[in-house]
Write a protein that binds this ligand. Structure first.
Ligand code: ZN
Length: 205
């Protein structure tokens, strides 16, 4: 079943009549088979719950020690914010800036935006700037590098473990939960379904 609206396949640029999906149904491009949209059951509620959880765990990961090192009788605990300072004091200013933007600011802004948009949808309130915020959330998604940061940390552990005792801090586990909830959020956040909801929300304004 198709509506009078249109959707473009991002893989092969095919212009399609936008499908009207029932709960649990998926749409694929008929030419290249790219997945276009899924209508998840309670999708908006899930996005809001996952984004809120990810936001809490991201902020919590900044407040506690990330890891502790014990080498030759010397103990040291490092938080994520301290690692930023260490990079700057070691003349890795560019790396510190990339770390700050990709690992902290981009996911923080994305999550705040998602919570704002989906709270407006949940309360069915056409707040100002919701559509602009949703566009920015979409633009920021490719710049989120938090999973790569985790992989980098795990690779570093393998090297450090032979030199010192490593203790994983509360912040580390909080960051892992943040990455898991962020990815769960992005999995159920269907852009096409979101824009359909926003069009309905603003047509009632
Ligand atoms: Zn296609």
């Amino acid at each position: 079943m198709a509506s009078t609206e249109y959707i473009i396949c991002h893989e092969c640029d095919l212009l399609l009549a936008a499908p009207v999906l029932g709960i649990g149904e998926k749409a694929h491009c008929p030419r290249c088979k790219l997945h276009l949209s899924t209508h998840y059951r309670n999708g908006s509620d899930k996005v809001l719950a996952f984004a809120s959880s990810a936001l809490i765990f991201l902020l919590a990961s900044m407040a506690f020690p990330f890891l502790g090192l014990n080498a030759q009788g010397q103990k040291r605990e490092i938080s994520l914010l301290e690692s930023f300072d260490i990079l700057i004091s070691s003349d890795y200013g560019i790396l510190a800036l990339i770390f700050l933007i990709m690992v902290f600011l981009v996911p923080l802004c994305s999550l705040l935006g998602i919570v704002y948009v989906y709270t407006a949808i949940k309360l069915w309130r056409p707040w100002s700037g919701v559509k602009a915020v949703m566009k920015w959330v979409t633009r920021l998604q490719p710049w989120n590098m938090s999973e790569i940061f985790i992989i980098g940390i795990l690779v570093s552990f393998i090297k450090i473990v032979s030199l010192a005792d490593v203790n994983l801090g509360l912040s580390f586990w909080s960051f892992i939960l943040f990455v898991l909830f962020l990815n769960a959020c992005l999995m159920v956040l269907d852009r096409y379904q979101t824009w359909l909801l926003l069009r309905r929300l603003y047509s009632y304004d």
